[in-house]
Design a protein around this ligand. Structure first.
Ligand SMILES: [Zn+2]
Length: 285
């Protein structure tokens, strides 16, 4: 028998269940509403430390690459003396300034010379200038000389493997700051850091030398085996990609004449500029 009282009780029960469902729904909604409105990020920052607002990503490479040009010799050191008496230090200075002007005119680089007057700089000072200036590329300019008067042509030097130990010793003796201060590190850690920097720098120097020789070959004569390796001091910084460019042989009368010619130098230096452009273009890819 379905009585009026029983129907009333059923209604109360159904209403009660409805209220319980509503309450449960509210609890669930409250629990989820908070996380949905929370900023993304670690929970423990919430309500205590404002979540850091990230700046929009800066455009890649706003800084202009720094090119440090090193005119070889200077002051009391004239360098090689040409067949007709030309001093290497004068050729290197003219070429360095002409290259600086070409690079500056492009507007793409910050250019520094290690010396801009006829003064002698120790090799160590030349490297210190490059490192202090944040050089992305270091080019030391020279002109060759040899007893064989027939030898002609330009060449490019990068650091020889055998000189890497010397490079490490200089880093330590000069207390050069790499990623960390090496004097604070045990030797193995310091060596690993220098090794890493050296490996990266070496591959960049080699890459630039390859580009440079390819472009030079279309503008001037190269000697055989034109990519050479040596332990020259100016190539020793483990964190500065560097080449030493020998523009030609002052001991050869024809090369001497060419090196003294502004129009010849302009042609050669235009190919150096083109090489620098191509080298840095590979870094923007
Ligand atoms: Zn020289």
């Amino acid at each position: 028998m379905f009585t009026k009282g029983a129907a009333y009780n059923s209604m109360i029960r159904i209403f009660g269940m409805f209220l319980m469902v509503c309450a449960a729904f509210c609890v669930v909604l409250t629990a989820y509403a908070q996380p949905m409105s929370r900023k993304p990020g670690p929970r423990y920052f919430e309500d205590r430390i404002p979540y850091p607002v990230l700046e929009p990503a800066a455009p890649k490479k706003l800084r202009k690459p720094v090119i440090v040009i090193d005119p070889g010799h200077g002051g009391h050191d004239p360098g090689a003396i040409g067949a007709k008496g030309t001093q290497e230090k004068k050729i290197t200075m003219s070429a360095a300034k002409e290259l600086r002007d070409l690079l500056t005119a492009s507007g793409r680089y910050r250019v520094m010379l290690t010396r801009s007057s006829d003064k002698y700089l120790e090799h160590e000072q030349r490297l210190r200038i490059a490192r202090a200036g944040g050089a992305d590329l270091f080019i030391s300019i020279h002109a060759d000389s040899t007893g064989n008067k027939a030898a002609r042509g330009a060449s490019v030097y990068t650091l020889a493997d055998r000189a890497k130990g010397r490079s490490k010793r200089i880093v330590k003796s000069q207390n050069w700051i790499m990623d960390v201060d090496l004097t604070e590190q045990s030797d193995p850690v310091g060596d690993i850091l220098v090794d890493l920097a050296q490996r990266s720098t070496e591959s960049q120097s080699e890459q630039f030398a390859d580009i440079l020789l390819k472009n030079l070959s279309s503008q001037t004569r190269l000697i055989g085996n034109s990519h050479r390796r040596a332990g020259y001091y100016v190539l020793l910084a483990p964190d500065v990609p560097a080449v030493l460019l020998e523009l030609g042989f002052l001991s050869n009368a024809q090369d001497e004449k060419l090196l003294k010619s502004k129009s010849h130098r302009k042609k050669v230096l235009a190919s150096v500029t083109k090489s620098i452009d191509q080298y840095f273009a590979t870094k923007e890819e």
